[in-house]
Design a protein around this ligand. Structure first.
Ligand code: ADP
Length: 642
């Protein structure tokens, strides 16, 4: 038989269980209605359902119904699923749009916990975890096997891991005030419930529920704690789900980036936000209730100027520059049903805007300057272009003139050529006749000639020869210029060749009183004999011509060999003691119709002799050049390949 007191105690503890059960049932119904659509709500429902199974089992056991062992198993079945359900809850709480159930590892862990809990179910129902029941003064308590102890350690472990996770959520929720508040409300509650639950329902039962070293016996109360804990959690969820408008408004005003001051119609400040607190350097508690004028004495120095501007609370819109910040200040009345209700002071930080405007102005100025420079450059370019066009026009005109001049020159050249051809031809015929007749007269065919007559005829003959030579030269120039110079080579002795020329010119030399020395070896060359003769003739003729009377003239020749090409040449030299040629004229004397001005004493040629000389020598593969000193004489050299 049980004593009365014991029955009373039993009933009290049963009452606690009933209360916890009722609270949990109410919570599960309520949460199912309001929160079933969100993950946190669903996790909470699972958790509370586990609590309910536990509560039912505990209550039935405590009420000493027929089968305490069966109800103990029911109770334990509920407890089995508390760890995974609780862990599930903390991994999704507090709900937000960021990926909750944050890491894959948490998902695996959750599945593992559920599986483990399921794994305990068969041994539990098969009686391998609970060995029997014992009666205590608050009702029946079951005694467990080592498997139950193992489960209890698993339970403690998971609950602590979960609580730890919950505290970790602080980190995640730092930048979200509401989440932070939720975690802050739930995490300590959860920790308390877990610690107390573990103490009273797992650790104390190891000592038959006696507090160590005392004879005070405390019954397991965890189910009651869980009810309390679940209530707190549900409240937290609700509180932040249906946030009261004033809280929202308050938060809104406080979090707005611009400054806000709301005054009532007496000018007393009713509301300020963080911006204003910082600007004034005064906490909002110390601001609210005061007028702006009262504040002037307490705010930071730099804010005083601002207070002076707004303290009159007259409607205004103004820019106020404080040392660290530029503000756009707007004071406007708040009307309520046509009556003045108070004032709103808005303070907008436009420092960045002002700075940007300044930068923009500077950039614009720089751009304008650049544009000006560009304009100047463009103008210069245009001018240059115009000048260039003018020059081009001039060039065009000059080109045209040149082309015309060239055309004219070509015409003249052609005329000259035609003239020369005609002149050479027309002069040649009478000259041949004259020469024939003079020769006949001199030969005495027409009778003996007196010495006087002979002398005259010789002079005529000399002039005819000169004229013939001139015509020959002109013919040669024409031939060369038209590219028709042909060589008719044969072998001959240079000695004979030179002597032939000397014979022709000896009278001329004698006439000028020159001494003429010839020193030419008897060497054979292959050449156009007539043309080479004309070369030597020209050189000797010039030497005689350009040497004042009584000079000395020398013709020499020697064999040489060119080291570079290994070829053998005969090098001729015609030297005189004449007027000489200035250095700067030397390179030009071999051009056609060139005559050295100012030094001539005997103008008897046309400036074509040396041109013919060069053309003939070069046609043979030889070279011609001259050395000279004005007043001392000249030396003309030419080579002929052997
Ligand atoms: P030209 O028919 O006038 O003799 P050349 O072509 O033979 O023409 O000679 C060109 C010019 O070279 C001559 O006008 C003369 O001024 C100069 N010249 C040629 N040979 C001599 C020389 N031996 N001494 C000085 N000047 C010479």
């Amino acid at each position: 038989m049980l004593r009365k007191k014991e029955i009373g105690m039993t009933n009290i503890y049963a009452l606690i269980s009933v209360t916890a059960l009722l609270i949990n049932i109410i919570l599960v119904v309520f949460t199912s209605v309001t929160e079933r659509k969100n993950v946190v709500g669903r996790a909470l429902i699972t958790l509370i359902l586990s609590f309910i199974v536990w509560d039912v089992g505990e209550l039935m056991r405590r009420l000493r119904l027929d089968n305490p062992l069966f109800w103990s198993k029911v109770e334990c079945a509920g407890v089995l699923f508390i760890p995974p359900a609780f862990y599930h809850f903390v991994t999704v709480f507090p709900e937000d749009t960021r990926s909750r159930l944050r890491r894959a590892s948490q998902k695996y862990l959750l599945v593992a916990f559920y599986c483990t809990s399921f794994a305990f179910l068969p041994p539990l129902l098969g009686g391998k975890m609970i060995s029997g029941v014992e009666y205590r003064f608050w009702g029946y308590e079951y005694t467990g096997t080592p498997l139950l102890t193992a489960f209890q350690f698993y339970f403690i472990g998971v609950m602590f891991v979960a609580t730890f996770e919950l505290f970790r959520s602080y980190k995640f929720s730092k930048d979200d005030k509401f989440e932070f508040l939720q975690v802050r409300a739930v995490a300590p509650t959860a920790l308390t419930v877990v610690v107390l639950g573990v103490l009273t329902d797992i650790l104390l039962p190891l000592n038959k529920n006696f507090i160590p070293l005392t004879n005070v016996q405390v019954p397991p109360l965890a189910s009651a704690f869980t009810a309390a804990g679940a209530t707190v959690v549900a409240y937290v969820l609700l509180k932040y789900r249906f946030l009261p408008p004033e809280v929202m408004l308050d938060n809104l005003v406080k979090s707005v980036e611009d400054g806000f001051i709301v005054t009532d119609r007496f000018g007393r400040i009713q509301l300020v936000n963080a911006f204003v607190e910082e600007l004034f350097g005064v906490e909002s508690k110390k601001i609210v209730g005061r007028t702006l004028k009262d504040l002037e004495a307490v705010v930071k120095d730099e804010a005083r100027e601002l207070i002076r501007v707004i303290s009159g609370l007259e409607e205004l819109r103004k820019i106020v520059e404080l040392p660290n910040v530029v503000l756009e200040v707007i004071v406007s009345p708040i009307m309520f049903k046509g009556a003045l209700f108070g004032h709103l002071v808005e303070l907008r930080d436009i420092s960045k805007l002002v700075e940007r405007e300044k930068e923009l102005a500077e950039k614009t100025r720089a751009l304008e300057k650049q544009t000006e420079e560009l304009k100047a450059t463009v103008k210069e370019l245009m001018d240059a272009r115009r000048a260039l066009l003018n020059i081009l026009e001039d060039v065009d005109a000059s080109k045209k003139e040149l082309a015309e001049a060239y055309e004219r020159l070509k015409e003249i050249d052609e005329m000259k050529n035609n003239f020369m051809i005609i002149a050479i031809h027309e002069l040649g015929t009478p000259l041949t006749i004259i020469r024939g007749n003079v020769d006949m007269l001199l030969s005495g065919v027409f009778g003996e000639l007196s010495y006087e007559q002979q002398e005259r005829l010789l002079v005529i003959n000399e002039s005819v020869n000169r004229l013939t030579k001139l015509l020959d030269d002109l013919r040669a120039v024409m031939t060369i210029k038209e590219g028709r110079l042909r060589l008719n080579k044969r072998e001959c002795s240079i000695k004979t060749l030179v002597h032939d020329v000397v014979r022709d010119l000896s009278a001329f030399a004698r006439q000028k009183g020159h001494t003429l020395r010839v020193d030419v070896p008897d060497v054979k060359v292959t050449c156009d004999v007539e043309k080479v003769k004309s070369v030597i003739y020209n050189l000797l003729d010039n030497a005689i011509k350009f040497t004042p009377e009584g000079g000395s003239i020398e013709i020499t020749a020697e064999e040489i060999s060119d080291a570079e090409s290994g070829k053998n040449y005969v090098k001729f030299c015609v030297a005189d003691t004449g007027v000489g040629i200035p250095k700067d004229e030397l390179p030009k004397i071999f051009e056609a119709f060139y005559e050295v001005g100012g030094y001539l004493t005997h103008r008897r040629g046309m400036g074509v002799g040396l041109f013919v000389v060069r053309s003939v020598v070069e046609a043979h593969g030889g070279r011609v050049w001259a050395e000279s000193e004005v007043g001392r004489g000249s030396r003309f050299f030419f080579t002929l390949p052997k």
